[in-house]
Ligand binder design. Structure first.
Ligand code: RM4
Ligand code: MN
Ligand code: MN
Length: 433
């Protein structure tokens, strides 16, 4: 294999020099400002450095809608090229060392080879994701009318086997979790017997559960509609919670931000799941209308902050068993996916750091004394603090870029990849379509 272009550390350091003076200045100023609030900026830098969010393998290809997909230049053509892109994101932002694989989109020919390749880039594997919402060319039975809840037991078995295969692949990759999202549901009133479908889901999932190793977690991802437009089997967090409880201690609920009706109070769902010990993880994205899969923090940054308020509250309190895993689940239709993923990862770190800035003592006091105005003001005080210098310094100290997007653009990475990765006829650069 010819040498593939990589952004080298020296180049990142060189680029960092350009913004070093002003970033130090801003950092010092913020540090003095925070001192007045009795906050040590170094604590926040450590928090920023400790934050981790996984990148989805399918997120580095250009996404599309059901109308069209407009592929960008130099798209990754296979899982190795996808990992290269994930390695680049990780190199510049430092908070994304893990990759989440979708099977069979990114089914490895040789898992050990893939694991070694990833390790050379400093990457490891996060949760596995099964796909029983599409039919694959060689597949015997169709998922047109469902998978894990299909009325026909042979179809259910096929979907169960697929999930077990994902877990097996994950074992050899060093993954520790498996996420199940199904498209099962109905387009017409009367199409599906609601109770029977859920019963079948539980039966199928209990067989998958048995294949989950003891040190793994099984995530149930709910979604209120789409691809089914009338009813969905795992439609909301309540159903997800019920199933996670029924299945047992290895089963948890996963919250994808785009899988709720507009205006739903997601931060409250998060708090409930924390309280019930079943919050497993997140798929972060943003949305205006439905499962838009827009970039995290691009539409409702305050909501993102409020979600992190709940997460940091649980973290600070040391809620037993609280250990959610974070992933970006986005579709980049009009941007360079690498740029979107870098910016989104930074948005999450921003929300995380800001949530650490909340004066929790004061918040708790005003909650007890019933002072809603100051309660909101306490949250807003943290939300409106510009923590950008903290994020930049955290990246720089970790060997990453002060300005990831500018550094990426200056490197010419995409241009190099466009040369290295000519589009081959029949190659399907994947992304969500
Ligand atoms: C679904 C859901 C799943 C993701 C697929 C591609 O809407 O969010 O998590 O794997 O899309
Ligand atoms: Mn998702
Ligand atoms: Mn989704």
């Amino acid at each position: 294999m010819a040498k593939h272009f990589e952004i080298d550390d020296g180049f990142v350091a060189e680029q960092n020099k350009k913004s070093k003076v002003w970033i130090d200045e801003d950092f010092d100023h913020l540090s003095r400002k925070l001192e007045r609030q009795n906050v040590d900026i170094e604590d926040l830098v450590s928090k920023a450095q400790s934050f981790r969010v996984a990148v989805p393998s399918w997120g580095v290809g250009t996404g599309g809608t059901r109308f069209a997909r407009f592929p960008g230049p130099g798209e990754p053509r296979d899982i190795f090229e996808k990992l290269e892109d994930c390695g680049t994101i990780f190199k510049l932002v430092r908070s994304t060392p893990a990759v989440s694989l979708h099977i069979p989109w990114d089914k490895p020919g040789n898992a050990t080879e893939l694991r070694d390749f990833a390790a050379r880039l400093g990457l490891n594997f996060d949760a596995m994701n099964s796909n029983t919402f599409q039919d694959q060319p060689e597949q015997e039975l169709s998922y047109r009318f469902g998978s894990l809840t299909h009325p026909d037991s042979a179809t259910r078995n096929q979907a169960i086997e697929h999930n077990i295969e994902c877990i097996e692949i994950g074992k050899s990759l060093g993954s520790k979790a498996h996420t199940v999202w199904i498209g099962d549901g109905g387009n017409f009133p009367g199409q599906q017997h609601f109770r029977n479908a859920l019963e079948r889901y539980l039966e199928s999932m209990s067989r998958i559960y048995q294949a989950v190793p003891d040190d793994w977690r099984l995530f149930i991802e709910h979604k209120f509609y789409e691809p089914a437009f009338y009813s969905t089997v795992i439609n909301d967090w309540g159903v997800s919670y019920h199933c996670a409880r029924e299945l047992g201690p290895k089963a948890f609920c996963l919250v994808d931000l785009g899988h709720h009706a507009p205006n739903v109070n997601i931060e409250m769902i998060v708090a409930r799941l924390i309280q019930f010990g079943k919050l497993g993880g997140f798929h972060f994205n943003d949305s205006k209308y439905g499962d838009d899969d827009l970039d995290s923090g691009s539409i409702k940054p305050f909501q993102l902050f409020l979600i992190f308020n709940e997460l940091v509250d649980a973290e600070s309190e040391g809620v037993p068993g609280f250990n959610p895993t974070y992933m970006l689940d986005q579709s980049h239709n009009v941007t360079d996916p690498i740029e979107s993923l870098m910016m989104s990862a930074s948005e999450l770190v921003r929300a995380y750091v800001q949530a650490h800035l909340i004066d929790r003592q004061l918040l708790s006091e005003v909650q007890e004394s019933c002072d809603p105005l100051i309660a909101l003001a306490t949250l807003k005080q943290a939300f409106t603090t510009d923590v950008a210098p903290i994020l930049a310094i955290a990246r720089e100290r970790g060997g990453g870029a002060i300005d990831p997007i500018a550094t990426y653009r200056a490197s010419g990475y995409r241009r190099h990849k466009a040369n290295e990765r000519p589009v081959t006829i029949g190659a399907t650069a994947s992304g969500i379509v």
